[in-house]
Design a protein around this ligand. Sequence first.
Ligand code: ZN
Length: 446
Amino acid sequence: MNVTEPDGVEGAVVKVVGMTGRIIISILLLLPSLLWGQSALTPEDPPQQRRCGHYEYIEMLTEQDPEFPARRAALEEEMNRWIMENAEIINSESSSVITIPVVVHILYFNHIQNIPHSRVIEQIDRLNKDFRRLNSNLSGIPAAFAHLVADVEFEFCLARRDPQGNWTNGVTRRQVSQPSFTYHDDHIIKSTSQGGQSIWNPARYLNIWVVNLTGGVLGYAQPPGGNATTDGIVIGYRFFGSTGASPPFNHGRTTVHEVGHWFNLIHIWGDDNGACWGSDLVHDTPNQASEFYGCPTFPQMDICTPDSPGVMFMNYMDYVNDDCMMMFTHGQKARMLAALNVFRPGLKNSNGCKPAINVEEIPDLSSLSVFPNPGNGLFRFELIMNTDAEIHLTVVNSLGQTVWDDNLGVRQSVYETIDLQHLAPGFYYLSVSAGGSRTTQKLIIQ
Ligand SMILES: [Zn+2]
């Protein structure tokens, strides 16, 4: 797969301007479906119900790698042994917090999918709140389950050095030629040579790929025991972070759920198609027949747990809306700690969040994000560089005339709104210069 140039489609449109109106209309109607496929012309509606691709993804991995189930079973035994031998660690909230370095790989087809850095920060913040029992909806947990709520004692940080020791802001970005992906495209998503982005050493980083994931699936994760080149989680960009994400999945809990799978948690109903024999292999979650959707009222009883207080639908590993997910249990914490210690011990000593050793003197402008674009003239401007530098902004019109400029002073990062509402609708170019580096981005004012 090739990486597309962002201006390729606009160029094609310009070339047909001289033809008759009828031809232009026909070509304009055809172009998007020819170049982008139908999904870009009419974006798939956000799912109304949560569905994660974890189970189907495991089936696909098993077809590709028949040894996978045996490795998972062996790991399960090792995890159980670890849990038995480390009851003291599991049962104490010892403030021995483990910090997990995260790299977010954003694969975008268009500017909407190229979500800003601030949304990545929102997502990391959500992980940190939920895995530390600091979520603001904690008070919604029924009293009957309150004693089961765990502080998982995992924290997450955006990587500050890449696998080579170079500076990073924890996010990689790449434009792709495919408007959307499903989990069947996993080999493309996770491979630079195929047009995606190859994994950073999963022994040291939690890799999260953010893509336009379609097919009714919000995200999926590879559990322990899989191939090291694909060991991470994939999240639909519409369900990552909060600002601009698709309700009711706009509070970052798709990622919390998938990180749970990455640490070997199973859906709380045991993936047994409504039966009671399946289990999430956790002792303190009630047996549950099927998933719950939306935002159920408490209590909910089912055929597996017919008595009060019923099932624990507000668990992060059920399928309820983001607002209505509230807790991991102590048993789930034990499984996640076991998965970390048995399968992902390198994360405990990873230096991924220590400042880079090879800091370049030349400012890195690759994180520049200006949105919404097209916009009404009020643009959010975000830039996170590797070093301090004096930042200068210039806006020129299509004739090359400077119509606005501003000096932001010496900074390393900028999160500001720039006001260009006084400019007439049209195309402009924003030029950003900082300490000898320079980059330009097209702006559209509508
Ligand atoms: Zn799931």
